[in-house]
Design a protein around this ligand. Sequence first.
Ligand SMILES: Nc1ncnc2c1ncn2[C@@H]1O[C@H](COP(=O)(O)OP(=O)(O)OP(=O)(O)O)[C@@H](O)[C@H]1O
Ligand SMILES: [Mg+2]
Length: 320
Amino acid sequence: MNEILKVEALHKTYDIKKLFKPTLKLKALSGINFHLSKKETLGIVGESGCGKSTLAKVLTKLESITHGEIILLGKKYNDYLALEFHSKIQMVFQDPYQSLNPRKKAFDIIADPIRINTQTSSLEIDYLVMEMMKKVGLREEFSKRYPHHFSGGQRQRLGIARALMLRPEILILDEPVSALDVSIQAQVLNLLLELQVEFNLSYIFISHDLSVIQHMSDRILVMYLGRVVEYGSRDQIFYNPLHPYTKILLESAPKTQKSQKTHGKTLGQEIIVKGELPSALNLPKGCAFEPRCPYAKVSCKESVPDLEIKQGREVACFEV
Ligand SMILES: Nc1ncnc2c1ncn2[C@@H]1O[C@H](COP(=O)(O)OP(=O)(O)OP(=O)(O)O)[C@@H](O)[C@H]1O
Ligand SMILES: [Mg+2]
C-alpha cells in the first residue's frame, strides 16, 4: 500500500475559558484533508498561528480530534493501542532542549522508548542505542552526557535518535531546524534525508521557512488560519502557485538576503505578509484571506471557497 496516512475532514477546536466569561471556541483546524504516501515528504507551510503545530499534535495524539478521521495504514487512530501507535508514528520537536529530559543522560533518553515499550534485554538495548547514535552522527562517548552538554545541532540529533528507536514509519517534524544556526540547519536536514532513505521513512515536515520546505518536500500543503488553501507538488507550489496567499508567501520570502541568526531564531526567511491576520476566535464568514487579498471580490465575503482541483492541484479560491 502506497498511502500510509489519510486525514479526512479534520477539525480541532480549543475551548478558551476565562473566569466569569463565556467559553470561546477557537477553530485551530477546520476541515483538513490530505494523504501521505510511503517514503514521501509532505511539507506544511503557513504563517504563525495557522495551525501547523496543532496539526502535528493531533497527528501524534498529543491532542484529541474534535471531528474527522485519521487513518494510519488502513486503521482508524482510535483503534490503535499506544505501543502499536508509537511504533508507527513519532514526533521531532522544534526545541530539543525543552523536549529532552535534562536530568537524563543521552543513553537513557535514546533507550527509554524501547525500554518502556518492549521487553528487549539490556545487552541488546546497549547495542541498539550505540548503533542509533552512530547513525545520527553522535560519538559513542556522548552517551554519558546530559542534554545541556550538547550543542543545539547535537541535541536535535539526540531527539531524532530517540524518535527512531521504535522504528516508526512516519516522523512528524515540527520546525525541526528553526532553532538552529543556519550552518547547522543544513547538516541536520541532510541527516534527515539520509535517514529517510535508510529507514524508508515518510515525513510530515512543518516549517515557516520556504527554502527549507522547498529543499525537503515532495508535496506541499499551504495552510491559512486552520484551512488548506493550496495543496500540490513542490514544483506546482513553487513555480506555478495559484492561490493569492501562496503567491504572496513566495513573493514575501527574501531570496537574495542571507539569513541571520539572532538569539537562536533564524531571521531572513520569516514569512511576512502585509495586512492583519483575522483572529481564529472570530473567523470571517467568507474566505479568511479576503481582508488581505489583492484580488478579492465582494462575493469572497459571502462564503468559504472549497478546495477544487485546478491545473492539477487543489486550491481554495473563487478567483482562480
Ligand atoms: N492549547 C491551546 N489552547 C488554546 N488555543 C491554542 C492552543 N494551542 C494552539 N492554540 C491556538 O491555535 C491556533 C493555532 O496555533 P498553532 O500553534 O497550531 O499555530 P502554528 O501554525 O504552529 O504557529 P507557529 O508558526 O507560531 O508555531 C492559534 O490561534 C493558537 O493561539
Ligand atoms: Mg508551531
